[in-house]
Design a binder for this molecule. Structure first.
Ligand code: 2P0
Length: 324
């Protein structure tokens, strides 16, 4: 009982930042993302009576410890769903350079959920597959779809109404993303730890939550109308609000570096010169720059010259989960 699936990572334009249930991963706010073609994971899951325990290889290296436990825990959900108790061999290959600051957990859990559920004989509708994927890693539930996807937070305690839905396919709009990779590293507060601390201690957290519904409406209008300024302005403002919550946390923290701020300033300067570009930043120091295809050269060349920038990785809108 074997299946292989490929899933791409995504970049959130309206961020997921906080959980209301940590064990089945239910968020405190809805989020919206663009799936990216440049970064993906391909995973094969093989359920068999021959295996006496689960095995997991990542880029052909056997994985033990916490990473294996997360995969095994997720396979348990799939087994429960299917009413089967077979063990599995999982082989994943990641084309998500960790240095680029994209979480490989999004493409990783989307590919694992798709391959695992297919291998065990489940034929899940996309929403159910998304809700299952969510329980591996929140942001992964959006990677089931190509293009733009919204994770509707839902209100039910059991999470059955918390899944992603498609907003517009990759073909709708050739909106591009430049991942600006910084050369220096900083001790990282994981996104799990960071969002938990912020929810529990930041007095700014309620302000964050209050701002989401209007921003969500605006960005969906902007996507529908192909209005780059509207989408960029909302995405940038939403990112800044998310990061502002971390400064109010106890103990306070920030994901930003000096170079992070220099890149943000360079993006603002490009806009002043008439080159449309906007930034967004996840739970790390790297900046993602949103731009349109006609400005690719100038964006790339400008970002490259910033001291402290190691690399620029360009990406287009990507497809949802596919089975190989
Ligand atoms: C996002 N991030 O919407 C936000 C923006 C980081 C900042 O989703 O605990 O790895 O596995 O549900 O999805 C990163 O958190 O967290 C994240 P879990 P996840 O993309």
């Amino acid at each position: 009982m074997k299946a292989t699936a490929k899933a791409h990572t995504n970049i959130a334009l309206i961020k997921y930042w906080g959980k209301r249930n940590e064990s089945i991963i239910l968020p405190t706010n809805s989020s919206l993302s663009l799936t990216l073609d440049g970064f993906y994971t391909t995973t094969t899951v093989d359920f068999s009576e021959e295996y006496t325990k689960d095995q997991f290889t990542l880029n052909e290296r056997p994985i033990e410890g916490e990473q294996l436990r997360r995969v095994t825990g997720f396979l348990d959900l799939i087994r429960q769903h299917a009413g089967k108790s077979l063990h599995a061999a999982v082989h994943s290959v990641n084309e998500v350079p960790t240095a680029a600051g994209f979480a490989s957990s999004a493409s990783g859990f989307a590919a694992l959920a798709a391959a695992g559920s297919k291998a065990i004989g489940l034929d899940l509708p996309e929403r159910e597959l998304s809700a299952l994927t969510r329980q591996g890693s929140g942001s992964a539930c959006r990677s089931i779809y190509g293009g733009f996807a919204e994770w509707e937070m839902g209100t039910k305690e059991d999470g059955s109404d918390s899944y992603a839905v498609p907003i517009a396919p990759a073909e709708h709009w050739d909106l591009r993303v430049a991942a600006v990779v910084l050369s220096s590293k900083m001790k990282k507060v994981s996104s799990r730890t960071g969002m938990k601390r912020t929810v529990e201690t930041s007095p700014f957290y309620q302000g964050w939550l209050d701002s989401i519904p209007a921003e969500m409406n605006q960005i969906k209008e902007g996507i529908k109308e192909l209005d780059f300024e509207k989408v960029g302005e909302v995405a940038e403002a939403n990112c800044l609000k998310m990061h502002a919550t971390t400064l109010g946390a106890n103990p306070p923290f920030t994901y930003w570096h000096d170079t992070t701020m220099t890149v943000m300033e360079t993006v603002r300067e490009m806009r002043e010169k008439g080159i449309p570009a906007y930034f967004t930043i996840d739970a790390g120091p790297n900046v993602k720059v949103l731009y349109l295809p006609e400005n690719e050269e100038v964006i790339k060349n400008t970002l490259r010259t910033i001291p402290g920038v190691a690399d620029i990785r360009l990406s287009r809108p990507g497809q949802g989960v596919t089975y190989l």
